[in-house]
Design a protein around this ligand. Structure first.
Ligand SMILES: O=C(CO)[C@H](O)[C@H](O)COP(=O)(O)O
Length: 209
């Protein structure tokens, strides 16, 4: 079954906790977005894990170098999953995977900015990551003509475990599931909603019906 991951792209631990308390019943994975970790620090990871010990906590580090060191920091703070950039060198990805092995936790390779996502996804899948994230970031989503369909097509073709992030909404999340994604990531569709709990519930319902 495809899991639902909420991406918490807020800037303070207090705001993040206020949001996660509302949406936790409907999500499987709680992601601390890169801006949140940069703004609030690693203590935000510990705070979210302490508040939601039953959820998988995902630290979106987007590590570009020093894979072992950065992943080790996030796992030590309580993360269950951390990201490393798919565009990083293989040694960086392998370093993050080694940190995951040390802690018994998982590493995800974020393909943001990677031109040939299918080819790189297949290479990275051999390096020991749990899955790749087929991802169009916020800037790419803002480009004219952006469509999530390209992500779904690449995920289907790649033939490796994957998540999808890139403006997933209630009317596209079933297509993410049908493309075979292990995880559907939704950020703005939840944290920007007037009623985040209702938005998360609607996404979960659309995913499971
Ligand atoms: O990692 C991110 C941006 O780099 C976001 O968290 C990710 O894209 C999910 O958010 P949204 O659903 O708003 O696209």
């Amino acid at each position: 079954m495809t899991k639902l991951q909420v991406a918490v792209d807020l800037l303070t631990t207090a705001d993040a906790l206020a949001l996660t308390h509302k949406v936790a019943p409907y999500v499987d994975i709680i992601e601390l977005g890169t801006p949140l970790i940069k703004s609030a620090g690693l203590s935000a990871i510990s705070a979210i894990k302490a508040a939601h010990p039953d959820k998988e906590v995902f630290a979106d580090l987007k590590t570009a170098d020093a894979g072992f060191l950065e992943a080790d920091l996030a796992f030590s703070a309580g993360a269950d999953l951390v990201t490393v950039l798919g565009a990083a060198g293989d040694a960086t990805i392998k370093g993050a995977v080694e940190a995951g092995q040390k802690h018994g936790k998982k590493v995800v390779a974020d393909l943001i900015g990677v031109e040939n996502r299918v080819e790189r996804a297949r290479e990275i899948a051999k390096l020991g990551v749990a899955f790749v994230e087929i991802h169009a970031g916020l800037d790419e989503q803002a480009q004219p003509g952006y469509s999530i369909q390209t992500l779904l097509d690449d995920g289907k073709i790649a033939g490796v475990p994957f998540s999808v992030a890139g403006g997933v909404k209630v009317d596209t999340i079933a297509a993410v599931r049908d493309a075979g994604a292990d995880v559907a990531v939704a950020g703005g569709a939840i944290y920007s909603a007037e009623d985040p709990a209702a938005a998360a519930k609607a996404l979960k319902d659309a995913l499971t019906k």
